[in-house]
Ligand binder design. Structure first.
Ligand SMILES: [Zn+2]
Length: 126
């Protein structure tokens, strides 16, 4: 179990980085109509989730790093396990990146927000 107060706790559970209690998203990752929707503020501590206009455009860089990690993982897994033709690599990587897109997008937002907002135990009261 991850201890509260650790940034990984907020990232894994997709909760507000300040109180680590309020949810960051209004629905599940594969609710494709709503997977990007976030409340304006934390329902528990009132922390704003969009710190400035178009705040999450910076999350693109985190998303890029995550996509490279997926790309590399799929490539290495295929290379070690099957060593298939080049087409299989290409289609498998494209399928993995598209299939994991909702998860990647949300993870990149949570990680990016955690760069700027610190955990504060005084808000962590349930
Ligand atoms: Zn909060």
């Amino acid at each position: 179990m991850l201890p509260r107060g650790n940034k990984l706790f907020s990232i894994v559970h997709q909760t507000c980085p300040r109180c680590q209690t309020g949810p960051l998203f209004v629905s599940g990752a594969y609710d494709l109509k709503n997977f990007t929707k976030m409340p304006e503020k934390c329902s528990h501590c009132g922390q704003r989730f969009e710190l400035e206009p178009s705040f999450y455009s910076g999350a693109m860089y985190v998303s890029y790093a995550l996509q490279v990690a997926i790309f590399t993982t799929v490539y290495v897994a295929l290379r070690v396990l099957l060593d298939p033709d080049m087409d299989v690599y290409m289609y498998s990587i494209i399928a993995a990146v598209i299939g994991l897109f909702p998860v990647t997008l949300r993870l990149s937002r949570v990680i990016y927000l955690n760069f700027f907002v610190r955990y504060d135990p005084s808000f962590d009261k349930r």
